[in-house]
Design a protein around this ligand. Sequence first.
Ligand code: NAP
Ligand code: G3P
Length: 489
Amino acid sequence: MFQNTIQGETVYGNLLNGEWVESASGHLLEIRSPVDGSLVGKIQAMTKEEVTEAIQDTKLHGKTWAEWPIHERAEIFYRAADLLVERAEEIADILTMEVAKERKSALSEIVRSADLLRYTADMGKSMEGQAISGENFPGGSRRKMSFVRRVPLGTVLAISPFNYPVNLSVSKIAPALIGGNTVVLKPATQGAVSALHLADVLQSAGLPGGVLNTITGRGSEIGDYIVTQDGIDFINFTGSTEIGQHISSLARMTPLLLELGGKDAAIVLEDADLDFAANTIADGAFSYSGQRCTAVKRVLATDAVADQLVGKLKARVEQMKVGDPREGAMITPLIDEKAAESAQKLIEDALEKGAHLLTGNKREKNLVYPTLLDHVTKEMEVAWIEPFAPILPVIRVKSIEQAIEIANQSEYGLQSSVFTNDINKAFSIAEQLEVGTVQINNKTERGPDHFPFLGVKASGMGTQGIRYSIEAMTRPKAITVNLRDEDLS
Ligand code: NAP
Ligand code: G3P
């Protein structure tokens, strides 16, 4: 059974060959809410033998699934999207407590995931392949014709992080499955309950047994084992740069897609609409307490506008509701106390080195109040380290050139924003920024989910986004027809 509630405690199984199973080890992990420590549920700590079984089982089903007509795979996704919407309130309640995400954002994560399923189904059906004539290349001829279509890679290992346990699981699973792959999902331990609900929805929508199996257990204990298992044909990972680089070092020839950390800069020029820029940057930096890879993680403001901008940022930040995600707070407890301690250290380091505290620097256990720091310099850790917490450093710059230079000095290269009313300047700056995406007059963000989403440098490898993800997890298969004279007669 998917979930079993005994004396008020819910124990979740893992999906294996269409059945929900418990680990023979009897070892369970308690998932407690970062909000109040209450029990969200218990999940299985799978043994290495069970991990191997889960992977091998998906392998067994690979051929049959790859042969399923795409339009039938798509039908399952449409049903899953409807089911997800039907169950959105229930799953949003769990998500809210499991990762301390504001209830409204939790709900929109579920609805967004349903939309992603539908769009992936449509996209899968529209990927028709190509016929390429030999005559286009010098010396070639019309008698040679290559028929190219995309075929699956095999079994995809999807590893998702805590912050979007549903959306960042479905954004891997759906493109992989529509492309004809089977999937093994290893969700973040804190986030696993929400991700298992997604797996349950997919199964209830008619996904055949063994096409999607789930693995739960601590990454620190079984992670290395999973990624080095025979039978994994592709690893699609979202998480920290540290773990992503570690996986990459173990992966040998297994192809990888990595979505990692970021230090997205918002560059504000003199001619920007400062009210708009301040509100947009503040929302981008502080929503979900800054626990988004795409959160604005530093502001580079030219001297001419810095005073005005920080005044407006401060006013906006001081209005933010802090506290319980069930009551609409934007700033909610961080995922654990360790995250709050790291955030505190970054703030202290900056203040010791001369940063000006505009608001914040207050903490109650894992609840960190939104903290705005001005006059941050390159010597401070907060100028370079990804906090994954509600901290926004403002670095004042003398010129656009200096802003670009500091933006590019980061080891990360996920996204950047440019706020200006001069579109030519915006384009010129955008061309020079070493990132996957530049947002002109907007906060940095991943969505909409069909856009290409990628990081350069330590922010990742490969490109997500519905069509891009399908392409990443399939390969072209070319069959070339060579007509002979007698074939033409
Ligand atoms: P994390 O600690 O790196 O964990 C990510 C996933 O990796 C979890 O499922 C984790 O499992 C698993 N894992 C841990 N050790 C492993 C190992 N040795 N082998 C295989 N898997 C292992 O990241 P997080 O704290 O969940 O997420 C926050 C980070 O993700 C931030 O750095 C953020 O920037 C990044 N992120 C990036 C994007 C993007 O699109 N670029 C999006 C969202 C988040 P356990 O939970 O069991 O440890
Ligand atoms: O941090 C992960 C990411 O998926 C967030 O999405 O669209 O809110 O930037 P978005």
